[in-house]
Write a protein that binds this ligand. Structure first.
Ligand SMILES: [Zn+2]
Length: 444
């Protein structure tokens, strides 16, 4: 038996059903699970001071394209709309291989960990030059984050009237075969799983209707989740109306892409009927506020979704459209955007933090995560609120309203992977060097 006692936190923000916040409190971790929460706890194991800190559940990232950390701030893509942005980046991504996938995934996951994230999903939908989903799973295992990789895909290339170059698309039978392979090799359905695999065709405009339908059948057969991009912007909805003769929500429903085992990224343009459909069916949404701002896609109707009962989590989205992967920053942005749209009383800092924790856990089907309660997994973020950005704050809400934007310590399944703001699992300096060398090579 191994125990760690996190002792003397200024506040423990539990995110339990009653939104309990405990002052001067401790959290006891036993064998990767939260064993007790409260004041005056004791242990015969290790004691870790949390004095001057706020402890929250580890944040959960529901949408990313980790490989894109190698294409941040690409000049031709900085100011383009979605489809033009993709056309600029596709030829660069076509140069990727296994090493680019591994290093970029590590860079993205380290960045997330330092911003309080303990579980990230990833949507990898291109596999050039021998790259595999396995490359990113190996990267996550080394970093020590919980990981929900999704086997994405594109199958309609330029010669078939699609957006991506032919070199980046795959045959649909090969896609389904590889989905089956990675699910069988890596998916863990048990409580406390460190890896869960999903099936994730890139978007309705980059694969066929048949593949969307077959992917849903495969995922249900295997008991894994489904993920894609949906209703991201006006162009996306116009394409759906023209090509499929219906709105994105209808298209998703017709192909089996609604239900508690499905989550869609963005959903900026969902109308009232689609919000109702998502609420009734338990379909989840990965809200990516910074990416939506960066690409000018609009403000997702998160207030309306939440009020209707839709499960909403947060995502940083790929680093070619954010370009930052700071998840606590994303919570702040989500709060600000809902206030711009609906008024200052329509999204509190605490609700934004709830989206980043409990919301993400619900979207990813993880009732073992997202809150600090006895029996939940010990995924915990410790925020030092004794620094300059917190100086003068009156309340724990300052974590979202003011800062800090980096954790001091981070625990995943009870294992410490960040200490005093530094990664304990990988050599960050060497990683940055390698990442920059690979980015440099891609520019040629
Ligand atoms: Zn995306």
């Amino acid at each position: 038996m191994s125990e760690t006692l996190l002792r003397g936190a200024t506040v423990v923000v539990t995110m339990d059903d009653d939104s309990t916040e405990l002052a001067d409190a401790d959290v006891l971790i036993r064998d990767g699970v939260i064993a007790a929460v409260g004041q005056g706890l004791t242990t015969t194991g290790a004691v870790h001071s949390a004095a001057g800190c706020v402890i929250t559940p580890g944040l959960i990232n529901t949408h990313h394209h980790l490989y894109q950390t190698l294409t941040r701030a690409v000049p031709g893509g900085q100011d383009a709309l979605l489809f033009g942005w993709l056309r600029t980046l596709y030829p660069i991504w076509a140069k990727f291989g296994p090493e680019e996938m591994f290093i970029s995934a590590q860079a993205g996951l380290v960045e997330l960990a330092l911003s309080g994230c303990t579980l990230s999903s990833d949507h990898l939908y291109l596999y050039p030059n021998g790259a595999r989903l396995d490359d990113t799973i190996a990267a996550a295992a080394q970093v020590g984050l919980r990981f929900h990789p999704t086997r994405g895909a594109m199958s309609i290339g330029e010669s078939d009237g699609g957006l991506p170059p032919d070199a980046l698309v795959e045959r649909e039978d090969a896609i389904l075969k590889d989905c089956t392979r990675v699910i069988d090799a890596f998916h863990d359905p048990r409580a406390g799983a460190m890896v869960r695999v999903g099936v994730a065709p890139c978007s309705p405009f980059s694969v066929s209707t048949d593949l969307m339908r077959d992917a849903a059948l495969l995922a249900r057969d295997k008991g894994v989740m489904l993920h894609t991009h949906l209703a991201e912007n006006g162009e996306d909805v116009a394409y759906s109306l023209e090509r499929f003769g219906c709105r994105p929500g209808q298209y998703a429903e017709d192909l089996g892409w609604t239900g508690p085992d499905v989550w869609h990224a963005h959903c900026v343009k969902l109308d009232a009927g689609e919000i109702d459909l998502f609420a009734r069916s338990g379909t989840g949404v990965a809200h990516c506020p910074c990416s939506n701002c960066r690409l000018g896609s609009g403000i997702a109707p998160v207030r309306a979704m939440r009020d209707a009962g839709v499960n909403v989590g947060l995502g940083v989205d790929g680093s070619a459209s954010n370009d930052s992967g700071n998840l606590i920053g994303e919570a702040r942005q989500a709060m600000l955007l809902q206030r711009v749209q609906n008024g200052a009383d329509k999204m509190s800092a605490r609700e934004a933090l709830r989206l980043a924790t409990r919301g993400g856990a619900a979207v990813l089907g993880r009732d073992d995560l997202g809150q600090i309660a006895v029996g939940k997994r010990a995924d915990l973020a410790i925020w030092d609120v004794s620094g300059i950005e917190s100086a003068g704050s009156w309340d724990a809400a300052a974590l979202v309203l003011a800062g800090p934007t980096r954790v001091r310590d981070l625990f995943v399944e009870g294992r410490q992977i960040v200490g005093e703001g530094r990664m304990l699992t990988v050599d960050t300096a060497a990683l940055i060097l390698r990442q920059n060398l690979l980015a440099r090579a891609l520019m040629d």
